[in-house]
Ligand binder design. Sequence first.
Ligand code: UFG
Length: 322
Amino acid sequence: MRVLVAGGAGYIGSVVTAALLAAGHDVTVLDDLSTGHADAVPAGATLARVALHDSAPVLAEVRPEAVLHFAARSLVGVSQQRPHEYWDTNVGGSLALLEAMRAVGCRRIVFSSTAATYGEPESVPIREEAPTRPTNTYGASKLAVDHMLTSYAVAHGFAAVSLRYFNVAGAAFGLGERHATETHLIPLALQVAAGERESLTVFGRDYPTPDGTCIRDYVHVQDLADAHLLALPAPAEGEHRIYNLGNGTGFSVQEVVDAAREVTGHALPTVDGGRRAGDPAQLVASSARIRSDLGWMPRHTDLVGIVRDAWALVDPAAAHRS
Ligand code: UFG
């Protein structure tokens, strides 16, 4: 299939681009490189350095049969301080992309949504029927695009899938997380192990969880890529499906620290900080829907394995030692 990957120079987008190429698809990456990296775009894909708002001429030229849309601003904290950037890129940019698709008769799309659309859950594991009450602008902007897709499916016959990612981690196809501003737990822990920072701050040890630290559902980026390939052909025209993507197992911050110590052999000093604003105590997905509808089966569910794959990119020699 001829596909356009918006945001294909970022962490998840580049891994999915590599998976699409491996499956024989013809891929054009559209990315303004505001947070992505040109050298992360796998060889074999064509890069158009263009923002979502200006995507129409690229779609007119490429004439894709489907779009996978990863391009977004994704820092929860920044979304609270500079909301206009999130509404502009995530919502305005997505609207421009959908209109560019409509102009060329392309109606198939897989969109990167997020667990942040649910906000503080009433119960875990979180199912797709759970109420969506985002607690930050980032989650609200992603939820707005989910609604946009529902209305484009109804009005314009779009065949759309929103994949609500939980905590994506690990590496695949030699591609891993590489953010200029890193806020995520696993890469930060590995930066400590690599000697790039002195310690890791644990945000809160007084949560109502067994060890007092927050629990998250870490899903391997390779499993996530598999889900995109299954989702791409799934919906009929006029249909918008929503699927959670997580392992269904939660790990605490302390368990992640322990796994990183085991993988790296580094003492990994931690400092106890206060709670980070807006962090729910537990976010764990029910991914029963995508498992039963599409036969998705996460294969890399072991936390130590996820951390090991991420570490192999930070310290390539480690891959040979383990
Ligand atoms: N944490 C620390 N110390 C750090 C960084 C994180 O203790 O230095 C903790 C956080 O408090 C949280 C857990 O580690 O409990 C995971 O934090 P991340 O920042 O790695 O991930 P989040 O769960 O906050 O965010 C992820 C995605 C977001 C998405 C959100 C959905 O990265 O894009 O899940 O709720 F919005």
